[in-house]
Design a protein around this ligand. Structure first.
Ligand code: ADP
Length: 398
């Protein structure tokens, strides 16, 4: 069965058509500038990338163009819509309502909408994508795959904040965690590589991309994760601050004459390695180049980033009372050998025997970067959230 995987943002829509049995990507692309003007980038497997300007006043037109591209007699990859057996939608926030992926029904849509409060930038856009697909493909089953679902196994002691309990009761303020699809995918893959039962392992996954999070996976379940009620908590990220003393917010507001929205904007968009590096860049390739040419702030930014990853690994090894394997994934985790080396330089006491030779220059490929016999094994495992969504969707609609 071919599954169309949709990741819908407020003005963009990424898609992949995947043969869910062979796990082959048939075509992929992105619609951008939806609601502004509109641009479709489409690439069939093994074919040329096509970019075309198209008017996309709403997501419905965007999905219409995606369908046209996929079924185009020349460059398309299927003959008709009938060859798309299901649609899998990435949904960011499932709150406490969804501990796994589900087939989309009217009730499910309502429940997703009830989580809008918790992810005001993402969930409404995800719902728009779902509604647009329903309009154009009314007979195709659809599934929702949530970023938060994998973390619903966290115990209370990991998800409760030190805040009045009524805030949890009234507003559902608690840790939810994100990147769950990725943490689940790569931790399972690591178990396969180690040829050990997933249910027997203590794994720490470092998903390091523009947004970054670390997760403790014990016996196949997420038991703690660094992102919180929103994706702002935890690690220092590309432009997000991660953890700070909450009192800093009032302090900045006064010094910079900002309201709460202004402070949030600083913490989300002007902080992280971008902020520390003096607004040089949020991209680790730029930071590495700058650091290598002697830029002091770029080096501080890189060091702060790695140090924080190491702190979370230490914390999660403590709460799991040990760790069998550590996995690096996503843009930085898969590609940045300096960050991996820096992080692992803190982990000798845990029993990590790091293989610098294998690590150096390793980009985007699965590999073990600890030496044979290392007490804790360390891996680079490329994540593939689209494939994970296609698998979940297939399992649900079959
Ligand atoms: P997103 O959270 O947007 O999915 P990704 O997982 O794609 O992010 O990660 C994007 C980040 O990965 C970039 O901002 C960059 O910092 C980093 N990155 C990508 N390629 C490399 C590379 N070759 N070397 C170092 N960092 C890289």
């Amino acid at each position: 069965m071919n599954v169309l995987v949709i990741n819908c943002g407020s003005s963009s829509l990424k898609f992949q058509l995947i043969n869910a049995e062979s796990e082959e990507v048939l075509a992929k692309g992105i619609c951008e500038r939806i609601g502004i003007d509109g641009r479709l980038t489409y690439q069939p497997e093994g074919g040329e990338k096509e970019i075309s300007e198209k008017a996309m006043p709403t997501h419905t037109e965007a999905i219409q163009f995606v369908i046209e591209a996929l079924t185009n007699p020349k460059t398309g990859v299927v003959k008709s819509l009938d060859e798309i057996g299901a649609v899998g939608h990435r949904v960011v926030h499932g709150g406490e309502k969804f501990a796994s992926s589900v087939v989309i029904t009217e009730e499910v849509k309502k429940a997703i909408e009830e989580c809008n409060d918790l992810a005001p930038l993402h969930n409404p856009a995800n719902l728009i994508g779902i509604t647009a697909c329903e309009k154009l493909m009314p007979n195709t089953p659809m599934a929702a795959v949530f970023d938060t679902a994998f973390h619903q196994t966290m115990p209370e002691k990991a998800y409760m904040y030190g805040l009045p309990y009524v805030y949890y009761e009234n507003y559902k303020i608690r840790r939810y965690g994100f990147h769950g699809t990725s943490h689940s995918f790569v931790s399972k893959r690591a178990a396969e590589v180690m040829e050990k039962p997933y249910e027997d392992l203590k794994t720490i996954v470092c998903h390091l991309g523009n947004g970054s999070s670390v997760t403790a996976v014990m016996n196949g379940k997420s038991v703690d994760t660094s992102m919180g009620m929103t994706p702002l908590e935890g690690l220092v990220m590309g432009t997000r601050s991660g953890n700070i003393d909450p009192a800093i917010m009032e302090f900045i507001a006064e010094k910079e004459n900002l309201d709460i929205a202004g402070v949030m904007d600083v913490l989300n968009k002007k902080s992280g390695v971008f902020g520390i590096s003096g607004e040089l860049s949020s991209d680790f390739r730029d930071l590495t180049n700058a650091m290598n040419s002697g830029d002091k702030k770029a080096k501080i930014a890189m060091d702060v980033f790695s140090y924080n990853v190491a702190k979370y690994i230490g914390a999660y090894a403590a709460v799991m009372n040990g760790v069998d394997d550590i996995v690096f994934t996503a843009g930085i985790g898969e590609n940045d050998d300096y960050v991996r080396e820096q992080v692992c330089s803190y982990l000798g006491y845990l029993g990590v025997d790091f293989d610098k030779e294998i690590n150096t220059g390793l980009r985007g490929k699965q590999a073990e970067i600890s030496k044979p016999g290392s007490k804790v094994r360390v891996f680079v495992i490329p994540t593939n959230e689209e494939l994970a969504i296609a698998r979940e969707t297939l399992a649900l609609v079959k």
